[in-house]
Design a protein around this ligand. Sequence first.
Ligand code: NDP
Ligand code: 2IT
Length: 443
Amino acid sequence: MKANKVLDNLKRRFPNEPEYHQAVSEVLPTIEEVYNQHPEFEKSNLIERLCIPDRIFSFRVTWVDDKGQVHTNMGYRVQHNNVIGPYKGGIRFHSSVNLSILKFLAFEQTFKNSLTALPMGGGKGGSDFNPKGKSNAEIMRFCQAFMMELWRHIGPETDVPAGDIGVGGREVAYMYGMYKKLARENTGTLTGKGIELGGSLIRPEATGYGNVYFLLEMLKTRNIDIKGKVVTISGSGNVAQYTTEKLIELEAKVVTMSDSNGYIYDPEGIDREKLNYIMELKNLYRGRISEYAEQYNCKYVEGARPWGEKCDIAMPSATQNELTGEDAKTLLANGCFAVSEGANMPSTPEAIDAFLEAKILYGPDKAANAGGVSVSGLEMTQNSMKLSWSAEEVDEKLKSIMKSIHEQCVKYGQQEGWVNYVKGANVAGFMKVAKGMMAQGIL
Ligand code: NDP
Ligand code: 2IT
């Protein structure tokens, strides 16, 4: 396999999908060596079968707003690879959603889920529906309309969706309610359901907590204590909130949060009370992060991201390509020594190169944010067994999964004197899927 040739071929066959090309081009060079050590992979054209999704569903979603106006949106589900288990991955509602974004997310999810060591394949879905400014009733009607199409493609043993940007506990619950009505079964086909619908404790916290657990493992390799460290975080949604919660508990100092309008900088640090304010603002009133700056009298920068603020550790937790090569240089110049990614593909290729060149502790998305889907996997287990584990049990399992992901990264990413976590995560995730694909024959 020649990484460049495979990529050129994909670009030719699937033009106008830059995010998909980016995700593939980040993985291929790192697995080229190990791939070429297995001539049987190339003989069965494993690389193309791994990069191109098994199938994609797309459909129109029609819904009625509060004024009686009828709207249409597009809905999608990308079923990427089910070698290790049922297709598994979130659903994103955001106006930017298109097939390029969902294909990149489903591709990444396949490697991420492999790393968790739980029996889950990779998939992703979503819609270009924009939830901003919609009433609760409109959100409910949209979720129901979306599920009227999606339900026939998913199931507990085939494809298990969950949340992502714009889809939290409220949306999952509306979708699951409709799913049950149509499918006439109640075995937990969506995860992130909330405990009152048979979901798992700690699922809302899992991505953020998991990212901090992964960060702690990275810091341990250099004997660095998290206490007192200054952390910049982007986003103020599910992942950002619970990353902040865990960091507060560990006595680190989170100084920034953001949304798509701008970021706040609070040099005193966001404490428990301030985080409660953010959670209420974002999860109940669905307001803007600028309101925090008014409430606590701190700096708000409109239309910018927080990477210019001095920090020890950066944890991008909003969206793809939110941290550029220039941002990476600024972070490094300001003394940042660790970056752990809560979001999917937040760093551009130039930013990744800068982090790797500087040999800082750089935990890529697939490894660092795998805690969310891990607890989704644990939710599937509990649903199958028809019992619920305590928060402590789930949290312990989450910690041990993040530790094991870190170990795999070290095993496959160890280089002279440092760990290349990008290579480690990609090679470890790839090898399991590749072996499974070989075992089940040419499909
Ligand atoms: P939420 O919808 O809860 O929050 C998203 C946050 O990111 C909001 O603050 C939002 O601001 C901001 N954001 C979204 N899009 C953009 C954009 N284009 N530019 C700037 N800011 C933006 O989503 P999550 O917290 O669940 O997801 C955040 C990231 O984490 C995503 O990359 C997701 O794929 C990833 N992830 C999520 C997991 C989960 O379990 N939820 C698991 C693993 C990864 P605004 O409100 O203004 O849009
Ligand atoms: O990107 C992700 O890993 C998620 N959005 C969570 C997927 C899941 O199935 O819990």
